[in-house]
Design a protein around this ligand. Structure first.
Ligand code: SF4
Ligand code: SF4
Length: 91
C-alpha cells in the first residue's frame, strides 16, 4: 500500500492528509475552516434540524475533490471536528 505524496520546495516528499468529513452535529459554525481553506472545499448549509435550532447553519465538506491535503482545516478547527487522512495511491 502506497500513499499519495506531495513535494516540498526543496524537493523533499511528504504525505498529505486529505479532508474526509466533518461532523455537522459537533460543528460550532465558527467559519474558521472556511477561511483557512484556499481550495473552496467547505460550504455552509442549513442544519438538518434547522427549524428546531432557530435556523442554525453548519459547515459541510462540499468539494473534497478540490482538497490538496494540507490538513490546515483539521488543525484549525476548535471543535476537533474535521477528519483528514492520507489517501492510498490508486494505479
Ligand atoms: S486539508 Fe487543506 S485543502 Fe483540504 S480542505 Fe482542509 S484546508 Fe482545504
Ligand atoms: S472550524 Fe470546525 S467548528 Fe468551525 S465551522 Fe469549521 S467544522 Fe465547524
Amino acid at each position: 500500500m502506497e500513499y499519495i505524496t506531495g513535494a516540498t520546495a526543496s524537493g523533499g516528499s511528504w504525505i498529505p492528509t486529505f479532508v474526509v468529513r466533518s461532523n455537522i452535529n459537533d460543528c460550532g459554525c465558527c467559519g474558521k475552516c472556511f477561511k483557512i481553506c484556499g481550495r473552496s472545499v467547505f460550504e455552509y448549509i442549513d442544519h438538518p434540524d434547522s427549524d428546531d435550532l432557530c435556523g442554525a447553519k453548519v459547515m459541510t465538506v462540499k468539494h473534497p475533490e478540490n482538497c490538496i491535503g494540507c490538513g490546515a482545516c483539521a488543525r484549525g478547527c476548535p471543535k476537533k471536528n474535521i477528519v483528514c487522512e492520507p489517501k492510498v495511491r490508486v494505479g
